[in-house]
Design a protein around this ligand. Structure first.
Ligand code: BG6
Length: 458
């Protein structure tokens, strides 16, 4: 039996563009996610899980589950339809959601930026590649702090810079030339960091009794063999995929090795002297998103990378299968709870900031059988990962809480509605939105018991 601390924040996560829907309603503007290329037969983001119309029912389910905290995000395009003009109806929607949560005793934990932005900002100046996006984000954050700051005390700036800057049509980095694409990626990332840091300074002035955090796509990287070249490839991957983004966001500068890597390629971002005073700001906590570990070997000239997501394509490493881990339907790298432990240990020992798990979950094409979902595989996944969280807590690491991804089924960031993560089933398919009825899965009842007992059995 593993007991959790008295104030442990049991939560669950979603993100607005993946769950909300309500396309074209309530004065909402066009978002980058609305303009994304959607492969035939895959759900788009226009209805999603229809949380926009089901939010009261969803909050009632959260209450039934026993959640202490709900991690969600604001849709920037709902609050500022063109990225500049404030939409009162959009703010009103979030007022209602936040009030509903607070009335049910659930703490709101909003993320300001979870991959989504008003499309107009991409049309106007190319989104994050342009410095004007920094001002737009800070102005948006200020509107949110002013409106919700009295009742919402814990916030998140930006979700997963690694994925948010990855070359694709969501963020406007579709440069054909590889060199140029990387240069844009690191400039975008720098602008995000600058925006975050200015916002953190503003936050601490405006909501002095609050806390604001940064969320990382945590990578635990293993070398495929003990060949020193593979070991170096693993160090480099860890650097490129995680430490680079985190070092900049937390410490305001890259490591020596990563600085020299970027300079050698001509990818070091343009930074202004006047930015230095902002770069000293740092978040109050780190949100950790973790799904699986990564295994790499040294890169060879003829390696085929055509099947890899863009962020795993690099001249420093090559991603391979880990033969010790068993791949599952959607989790191609295999399930690895130990990776959660090792990654969080390394993050804490580098930055010494409190941590909260903001995402951790198991994708599966769940099947409805006589009105039930018997997702034993998800229970097994969550149980094993929670055991590692308990281990960290036991060793004295400041882990504030745990938010599995996702509260309800939602549209995957790039693989449609068939890839389900939810504790609650949403009755729709990729091509047929049906009634979006909510059905509690077995994992819902399992998690409810864990929360109630504040303890993991076994
Ligand atoms: C995280 C994102 O990277 O992974 C989520 O923050 C995303 O938005 C989740 O949904 C799972 O990834 P995917 O691609 O399966 O949806």
């Amino acid at each position: 039996m593993k007991q959790f601390p008295k104030n442990f924040l049991w939560g669950a996560s979603t993100s607005a563009f993946q769950v909300e829907g309500g396309y074209g309603e309530g004065g909402r503007g066009l978002a980058n996610s609305d303009m994304r290329f959607i492969p035939e037969g895959q759900a788009d983001f226009k209805i999603a899980s229809d949380h926009f119309h089901h939010f009261k029912e969803d909050v009632a389910l959260m209450k039934e589950l026993g959640l202490k905290v709900y991690r969600f995000s604001f849709l920037w395009s709902r609050i500022m339809s063109d990225g500049h003009k404030v939409n009162e109806e959009g703010l009103h929607f979030y007022d209602q959601l936040i009030d509903e949560l607070i009335n049910q005793g659930i703490e709101p934990l909003p993320t300001l930026y979870h991959f989504e932005m008003p499309y107009h900002l991409i049309e106007e100046f190319g989104g994050w590649r342009d410095r004007r996006c920094v001002d737009a984000y800070v102005a948006y954050a200020k509107v949110c702090f002013e409106r919700f700051g009295k009742k919402v005390k814990n916030w998140i700036t930006i979700n997963e810079q690694m994925c948010a800057t990855t070359p694709d049509d969501m963020n406007g980095n579709l440069e054909k030339d590889d060199d140029k694409r990387h240069q844009v990626l690191y400039q975008m990332s720098y602008h995000m960091t600058l925006a975050e840091k200015i916002t953190i300074g503003l936050f601490h002035k405006m909501i002095a009794d609050g806390h604001i955090g940064h969320v990382v796509a945590m990578q635990s990287v293993y070398p495929a063999t003990s060949d020193p070249l593979d070991v170096q490839a693993a160090m480099n991957a860890q650097d490129e995929l995680m430490w680079s983004f985190l070092d900049l966001s937390i410490q305001g500068s890259y490591s020596h090795h990563f600085t020299s890597y970027l300079k050698k390629h001509g990818w070091y971002p343009e930074m202004l002297e006047e930015d230095q005073k902002y770069l000293r700001e740092h978040p109050d906590f780190i949100g950790v998103n973790y799904y699986a570990s990564l295994t790499v070997r040294a890169k060879r000239k003829d390696d085929d990378t055509s099947h890899m997501p863009p962020f795993f394509v690099s001249d420093q490493f090559y991603v391979v299968r880990n033969t010790k881990l068993k791949p599952t339907e959607w989790m191609h790298f295999g399930i690895d709870p130990e990776g959660l432990y090792m990654g969080m240990r390394a993050i804490y020992d580098r930055y010494h900031l409190p941590m909260i798990i903001t995402e951790n979950g198991m994708a599966y094409s769940d099947i409805l059988e006589d009105g039930h979902i018997h997702d034993v595989y998800r229970i097994d996944y969550l149980e094993k990962h929670l055991a590692q969280v308990a281990r960290l807590v036991d060793e004295g690491y400041p882990v504030l809480g745990y938010c599995p991804w996702s509260f309800v089924d939602l549209v995957s960031s790039h693989e449609g509605f068939g890839k389900r993560y939810g504790l609650v089933y949403v009755n729709r398919t990729n091509t047929d939105p049906k009634d979006c009825k909510r059905i509690k899965k077995d994992s819902f009842y399992w998690y409810q018991k864990v929360i109630k007992n504040n303890m993991l059995e076994g």
